[in-house]
Design a protein around this ligand. Structure first.
Ligand code: BGC
Length: 770
């Protein structure tokens, strides 16, 4: 009789040391090793994240040719999807990605990328969602669910603090614990805890001097022990420096493989006794579980037409109508003349460069789609400028292109001018040096506006561009980002009003690059980048410094208008959840979608410096003209916490918070106050703690006051603490210094007993966390 093995039975004992070591690195560039004897299948992976980058197998030992790729649907990249503020949409896009993955035998999609946009200059910002961790987590988490519900693994990346491309393979991101936890790890934490990705990709960089692939604290202590991650950690491609140290730190899989070279290092280390074999066995068990998990679902077909349609539907939600003075948009498709200007209308940019570059199944251009939708309106086109690499035809100079465009603009009712960044300016691998549009485009813009002030500017860019000061002179401006292969249709639909724009900025558009909170410490020097702005990243920093911006975080207009009313903030019985309810009314004459954003601030007496407002939740609602609906945004009490470095944990301070609801971070429509019971303090007190710290402490404060009272003779006049100036002077002193004064009401020998009483009142530290 053959013995049936339990599917969860450990596999490591049945494998040789060589087989085990081989499992912990790739067998090729995008595939892991199979172990047939133990029913461990190979895992095939593909970039990611907004479409599959399907390398053509060369048939050479699993090696691949990265230059050519089989076509796949190019959905809107994260920069655009971020502006949709629509997790449900991100979920559907991920479902379609999963279907394509399955159809091509791909088991893991290398994404989503959820790094925070710390600086507008990061060359890879087009691959990330937002400057805000909550928004990044909601969209990234939805993608993880969308992939994994269809049986395809997500690889949440790049863990962690990979916020620049300059020196990305070596640089140390030097970040204080509070910003690390509140900003840079926060989206990872939310997704790992809630959406349970099957894999995480560790980044190239170091954090506080320790390279990620060998960072035990991040890969093991925080990711697994604190957050309960149960998947595998794979390296970014080529990120491992010391394979044995990496394995020990919690990195299960080195990608790509090294043809067995570093596997032998593992074997040698085990044989020599330098690496405990149980460390290898643990990684093997995780990898086996992972390989089985991602190989659970097979086959299926992807419908290219349907996916192109979905890419278009997704793209409809992403462009942000930044301004629309005088209601120039939408254009009337039935009459008038429209000058479509700019090479980008004919040769669109729709994704960034690097490992996420997809070969699309087809490509819509705005110009073609505008012509298609025009039903009486006359469409003229002039290129206006040449894109680098596509030189103007021999017989036309750059000036000729400008003159042609200006002539067309002046003879048309309205000019729609497509401007944006040339592809060469943004890619994985390097950062941008400035945020300006090309000078030739700005010259064209000036001439066009002079010729016909009825100008609509449509931007195509992956990282933000400076719109000041020229946006003042332009009545209508759309931030079109990079919209994927079907973006041309989406822009045409928005311009002609077939679709009402509903995107909202997922990052601030500054007036000047110098205003960016990270400006003076980006991208660092001599191998280190100090995140000097702390938690004041993006709008948190612009708001804290009261800095004027071109367009704020969360901003985005519609062809209709919305009124917000009847804000209610209700704490559920257990106090852990808050329901924020807003009634939204469509007060215009077109159907539209509004994204209600909920921010919190406070408490007023916070012990740490807090940003003026922080996004805590959002929800969207689609409304017919005149229609009203209630929108409920659910917050948890924990969302109000800050990360206390001293306590080594998130901490909700007691006090009065302001809960704000609005249409952007700078268009707050309603607010309400909320009194919150704080967490019991977990801080021990001792003689080095200041008088203020003692007095603030829920146990230490009353204890000390009692001692003060006891030490004062009956009927004594006012004491030192009754004089406000003396009190202010004293409260900043460590208690042991005060106790050393001969007239002090507490004696030095009493401090130990007081500290013990406080310590005994502290909650058990094992009960921490979300
Ligand atoms: C990128 C990753 C990508 C990997 C594989 C790396 O250069 O940083 O995002 O998934 O290559 O192509």
């Amino acid at each position: 009789m053959t013995q049936q093995r339990h599917p969860d039975a450990p596999v490591a004992p049945r494998l040789t040391l060589t087989e085990k070591a081989a499992l912990t690195s790739g067998a090729g560039d995008f595939v892991t090793s199979a172990v047939d004897s133990a029913d461990v299948p190979a895992v095939t992976m593909s970039d990611g994240p907004h479409g599959l980058r399907l390398p053509k197998e060369t048939g050479d030992g699993g090696q691949v040719d990265l230059r050519s790729a089989t076509p796949a649907t190019c959905f809107p990249p994260a920069v655009a999807l971020g502006s949709s503020w629509d997790p449900e949409l991100a979920h559907r896009v991920a479902g379609a990605l999963a279907a394509e993955a399955r159809a091509h035998g791909v088991r893991v999609v290398l994404g989503p990328g959820i790094n925070i946009k710390r600086s507008p200059l990061c060359g890879r910002n087009f691959e990330y969602f937002s400057e805000d961790p909550l928004l990044s987590a909601e969209l990234g988490g939805a993608m993880v669910r969308g992939l994994q519900e269809a049986g395809v693994g997500a690889a949440l990346k790049h863990f962690a603090a990979n916020n620049q491309e300059t020196d990305r393979m070596r640089v140390s991101a030097d970040i204080d614990e509070r910003p690390l936890r509140e900003i840079y790890l926060r989206a990872f934490e939310r997704i790992v805890r809630r959406d349970r990705p099957w894999s995480v990709m560790s980044s190239y960089n170091a954090v506080n001097g320790v390279t990620l692939s060998e960072n035990t604290r991040l890969l093991t202590d925080i990711l697994r022990t604190e957050w309960g991650f149960d998947g595998i950690v794979m390296s970014d491609w080529g990120a491992v420096r010391n394979r044995v140290a990496a394995l020990r730190a919690g990195l299960d899989l080195q990608m790509p493989g090294t043809g067995g070279r570093t596997d032998r290092e593992i074997e040698d280390a085990v044989t020599r006794g330098d690496l405990d074999e149980s460390v290898l066995d643990l990684a093997v068990e995780r990898l086996v579980r992972f390989a089985r998990r991602v190989n659970g679902a097979t086959g299926g077909e992807a419908d290219a037409d349907e996916h192109h349609r979905l890419a278009g539907e997704a793209a409809d939600r992403c462009p942000v109508l930044l301004k629309n003075d005088g209601g120039l948009l939408p254009l009337d498709p039935t009459s008038g003349s429209v000058a479509v200007l700019g090479e980008l209308a004919r040769t669109p940019r729709y994704q960034g460069a690097g490992s996420s570059q997809v070969t699309p199944t087809r490509l819509d251009t705005p110009l073609d789609r505008l012509r298609e939708l025009a039903d009486g309106a006359r469409i003229g086109f002039a290129a206006g400028y040449a894109l680098p690499g596509a030189l103007p035809p021999q017989d036309r100079t750059e000036d000729d292109l400008v003159e042609e465009a200006v002539r067309l603009a002046s003879s048309s009712d309205v000019a729609v001018l497509f401007l944006g960044l040339p592809a060469e300016e943004e890619s994985e691998g390097f950062d941008r040096a400035h945020i300006d549009l090309p000078a030739a485009q700005l010259r064209l813009l000036e001439r066009v506006v002079a010729a016909n002030p009825r100008v609509v500017v449509v931007l195509s860019n992956g990282g933000v561009v400076r719109t000041a000061p020229w946006h003042e002179a332009v009545p209508t401006l759309i931030e079109g980002w990079l919209l994927g292969q079907a973006g041309g249709g989406a822009l045409a639909r928005i311009l002609f009003g077939v679709v009402n724009p509903s995107g909202k900025l997922a990052e601030t558009l500054p007036l000047r690059l110098q205003d960016a909170p990270s400006h003076l410490s980006f991208p660092g020097e001599e191998g280190r980048v100090r995140y000097g702005e702390g938690v004041f990243v993006g709008y948190r920093g612009y708001d804290a410094r009261d800095c004027e911006v071109a367009f704020p975080f969360g901003h985005g207009l519609s062809y209709t208008t919305f009124a917000h009313s009847a804000l209610r903030v209700e704490q559920r019985a257990d106090g852990a959840v808050l329901d924020v309810t807003v009634t939204v009314t469509n007060t215009g004459s077109r159907a539209g979608r509004e994204v209600v954003q909920v921010y919190s601030s406070g408490p007023a007496e916070s012990e740490v410096t807090r940003p003026p407002r922080e996004l805590r939740g959002f929800a969207s609602v689609s409304l017919a003209p005149g229609e009203s609906r209630e929108v409920v945004v659910e917050l948890t009490r924990d969302d109000l916490a800050y990360y206390s470095e001293r306590e080594g944990a998130r901490r909700v301070e007691g006090g009065v918070y302001r809960i704000e609801a609005g249409s952007s971070s700078r268009d707050i429509r309603q607010s309400s106050e909320l009194t919150v019971q704080g967490d019991p303090s977990r801080v021990a007190l001792d003689g080095r703690s200041t008088l203020a710290e003692w007095l603030r402490h829920p146990v230490g404060g009353p204890l000390l006051m009692e001692r003060f009272r006891r030490a004062r003779p009956e009927g004594a006049g006012p004491g030192a603490m009754d004089d406000p100036a003396v009190r202010r002077f004293l409260v900043g002193m460590p208690l042991e210094v005060i106790a050393a004064f001969p007239q002090s009401p507490v004696r030095p020998d009493a401090l130990g007993e007081l500290a013990d009483l406080v310590a005994a009142s502290l909650p058990d530290p094992s009960g921490q966390g979300e």
